[in-house]
Design a protein around this ligand. Structure first.
Ligand SMILES: Cc1cc2nc3c(=O)[nH]c(=O)nc-3n(C[C@H](O)[C@H](O)[C@H](O)COP(=O)(O)OP(=O)(O)OC[C@H]3O[C@@H](n4cnc5c(N)ncnc54)[C@H](O)[C@@H]3O)c2cc1C
Length: 292
């Protein structure tokens, strides 16, 4: 297949899994990192194969057999963050942490929760990411998407079907930008909250490990970690994959895990929790590509 001319980078057989937070898994047949919006638009119009978009890969297992087709990763060309009054416009490639610290610097409160969520604005929009009682939909004014045919849309949150760790926007729509609104607050107060969040995360989550955040979504009115604990799965290990001692809904790669170890461990926990409690846990982590 001939590839479109691009200004960004197109890399065949890219070792993508190694760049995920889990640091394991397979290659992408092709990785495209567009230079900017028009480069992405041109690529979508002229590329014939399957595409998938990824951000910081903080919520992703890339299966060992890799990903067929092209993975689009939005980076520097989509990382601008602009502030006007209490409104922040962020490219989908910007890190959540950058949005939170820009908000603090400009005396904008209400976006602190983003500071502890690894990954990009694009991933946060797709996942309706959240923490400490706030989620993206609470602060979102609008989002821009481009679909597989390069059709661009401006969406309001009420058109996006946002619910707990979920957005109804069709999978072929790539978020390119999000506009968020906070509230005017004293910079020092906002900074103090960021400091609190950092301390809390350090204490309760294995943030320096090779992990992917919460493995399972919390079922309605229940905590996934409690169900895992109650079912005796706290210390479960398969190959190089085990549940974190700090937070038993966080799965970690102890060093030599394959993506299959991680996925098998998650599936085994689903089986045991179902058997012991009657509750079926659902994966929050996205598992992408093919098993080898
Ligand atoms: C230590 C740790 C702590 C975490 N804590 C939290 C937490 O408190 N709350 C929380 O909600 N999450 C948490 N997570 C999970 C993760 O940070 C979030 O899900 C985050 O939003 C993922 O963003 P990402 O850019 O890494 O997305 P990726 O992992 O790259 O992708 C995740 C999904 O989003 C899609 N996607 C990515 N970019 C785009 C785009 N531009 N357009 C359309 N779709 C896109 C992908 O196709 C995929 O389906 C944590 C993860 C870790 C490792």
């Amino acid at each position: 297949m001939s590839l479109p001319n691009v200004r960004g980078t197109l890399t065949p057989n890219y070792p993508l899994g190694q760049e995920s937070w889990f640091r394991c898994g397979g290659h992408a047949d092709l990785l495209f990192e567009p230079a900017d919006f028009s480069d992405l638009e041109n690529f979508l119009k002229n590329y014939d194969g399957d595409v998938m978009v990824l951000g910081g890969m903080a919520n992703t297992i890339v299966r060992d057999g890799g990903i067929r087709g092209c993975v689009i990763r939005l980076g520097k060309g989509f990382a601008d963050v602009k502030v006007e009054g209490n409104v922040i416009t962020a490219g989908a490639g910007a890190l959540n942490g950058t949005v939170a610290s820009m908000a603090a610097k400009n005396g904008i409160g209400g976006l602190e929760f983003l500071s502890g969520i690894p990954g990009t604005v694009g991933g946060a929009l797709r996942m309706n990411a959240g923490a400490y009682g706030m989620e993206v939909k609470d602060r979102l004014k609008s989002a821009t998407t481009i679909d597989r045919t390069a059709h661009v849309r401006q969406l309001k949150p009420e058109q996006m079907g946002m619910s707990y760790r979920h957005t109804d926007v069709p999978e072929d729509q790539i978020f390119t930008q999000g506009v968020f609104e906070g509230v005017a607050e004293d910079t020092e107060i906002v900074r103090a909250r960021l400091k609190d969040i950092k301390a809390k995360r350090n204490e309760t989550q294995p943030i320096s490990e090779q992990t992917g955040g919460s493995t399972f979504a919390n079922p309605d009115g229940m905590k996934a970690w409690e169900l895992i604990d109650r079912s005796g799965c706290r210390d479960l290990q398969i190959g190089g994959a085990r549940m974190s001692e700090k937070h038993c809904n966080f799965m970690i790669n102890t060093g030599n895990a394959t993506a299959a170890d991680l996925e098998d461990l998650g599936d085994e926990i689903i089986r045991i929790v179902q058997e012991k409690t009657g509750v079926t846990l659902c994966w929050e982590i996205k598992r992408l590509g093919e098993r080898s």
